[in-house]
Design a protein. Sequence first.
Length: 70
Amino acid sequence: MSVAAFTMSAGMVIGTVLLYTRIPSLTKYYMSELTLEMTKLVTEMIPGEIDAAMPELPTTTGPAVPFKMP
């Protein structure tokens, strides 16, 4: 029974140390993946938003404005 308790305690300590040492690299990995995904989404959205915000260009023009000297 004591061997099982020692094995479980040692396993928990080893697992905790491994997890604690890997947290920075896991965080960096997931942040880079999130940044890449957000960059892709924004890059895809921006051209559509620009096209929607731009007014239509006129197809015809009016007469010339006369030039008057004051």
